[in-house]
Design a protein around this ligand. Structure first.
Ligand SMILES: *Cc1c(COP(=O)(O)O)cnc(C)c1O
Length: 375
């Protein structure tokens, strides 16, 4: 590899910090000066701001996106023997909390264009044990919510949105999160709105669910040493809330930059018949957490890009139904054909707000050359 070659990472968190250093540093300093590290006003303020942002009545900050899913499922009453219909084309955290509660994840295949759960594949999977449908707004694009909500109504099921990758994304005119009964967000550092550590949040318009989660995330306490329920130590860290509150005003701009970069990628890669570009569903405002193309000989292409200094990713290389961790569910290869096909072909190209047009140009030229030379 050429030493002077520029390297383009998949995401660049340092670049973002450079643009907002004064805001972040003063937010952190304020928390340090108050020495109020657990709960407090900062949490309330961030929750109110985020609730307003997604137009939900309640937002409850928690320790991570994974813990958010866990608490949301508990609040919905999910317990041993229940079934939750979701997607296998996701990060394992979507399904883990289902298993923790003794419930069973049931995987529906994806729509090959949006990569989100195919609403037409859900109804056949509904049994007397089904309690929840859990779409994932993967890569920053909403799942097709109306048919999912219709099925939920017909069979009296809850809808839990995994919006960990979709802060600010819209379904029709609504921001995702509280379109269903309850929704979760992750603020893992690389997400569209990222903390500087682990953090997550739950949104809902249902006051009973909100009350329950406010209680559960903080040891079930009503006062300092009064515990109404056996709860969890799943609070949102106050320093992380301060950082998130400082970053939230930039989120819409960052999402717009991501969309602009995606549009440039689309324009520059449009003429190559071997590269399948991501589609934006008619109902969606995409926030491009990831820019995912399909290419032939994906692993070879990724390796050749790396040799030119370009990092890429695969989200995700092995679908959940074929992971060793979920082998007890007895799925086999071929059960979810679109999910499996996607996992072989997908490649995430670098995408973050601070990426430049020049870098995108270089990535596209390099990718096209690689693809054209493939045997
Ligand atoms: C990141 C992510 C999660 C988990 O969030 P953490 O904050 O890392 O626990 C859950 N679901 C999806 C789809 C994710 O991308």
């Amino acid at each position: 590899m050429d030493k002077n070659m520029q390297k383009i990472p998949l995401v660049d968190l340092k670049a973002q910090y450079t643009t907002i250093k004064p805001e972040i540093n003063s937010a952190i300093k304020r928390v340090l000066a108050q020495a109020d590290f657990i709960m407090g006003d900062v949490i309330d303020q961030f929750e109110k701001s985020f609730a307003r942002f997604v137009n939900a009545r309640y937002a409850i900050g928690v320790s991570s996106g994974t813990d958010a899913i866990h608490l949301a499922l508990i609040a919905l009453g999910i317990t041993k023997g229940d079934e939750v219909i979701t997607t296998a084309h996701t990060f394992t955290a979507t399904a883990e909390p289902i298993v923790w509660l003794g419930a069973k994840p049931v995987f529906a295949d994806i729509d090959p264009h949006s990569f989100t759960v195919d609403p037409n594949k859900i109804e056949n999977l509904i049994t007397r044990k089904t309690r929840v449908i859990m779409p994932v707004h993967i890569y920053g694009q909403s799942a097709d919510m109306d048919p999912i909500l219709k099925l939920a109504k017909k069979y009296k099921l809850f809808v839990l949105e995994d919006a960990a990758q979709a802060h600010g994304a819209k379904y029709k005119d609504k921001r995702v999160g509280a379109i269903g009964d309850i929704g979760i967000f992750s603020f893992y550092p690389g997400k569209n709105l990222g903390a500087y550590g682990d953090a997550g949040l739950i949104v809902t318009n249902n006051n009973k669910l909100a009350e329950k989660i406010f209680l559960l995330r903080n040891h079930g306490r009503t006062t300092k040493y009064e515990h109404l329920e056996v709860g969890y130590g799943d609070r949102l860290d106050t320093l992380q809330a301060a950082i998130l509150q400082a970053k939230l005003p930039f989120l819409s701009k960052w999402n717009a930059q991501r969309r602009a970069h995606a549009a440039l990628y689309q324009k520059l890669l449009n003429n190559n018949s071997k590269i399948v570009l991501p589609t934006i569903s008619a109902y969606a405002e995409h926030v491009f957490h990831l820019f995912v193309v399909r290419v032939p000989k994906r692993d070879e292409v990724a390796m050749l890009l790396k040799q030119k200094g370009i990092s890429s990713g695969v989200h995700y290389p092995l679908p959940l139904h074929l992971q060793p961790a979920y082998s007890y569910l007895k799925y086999k290869k071929g059960d979810l054909s679109e999910t499996e096909k996607a996992s072989r072909e997908i490649l995430s190209l670098p995408l973050y707000p601070e990426l430049t047009a020049k870098q995108i140009d270089f990535i596209c030229n390099t990718l096209i050359k690689i693809i054209d030379k493939l045997k």
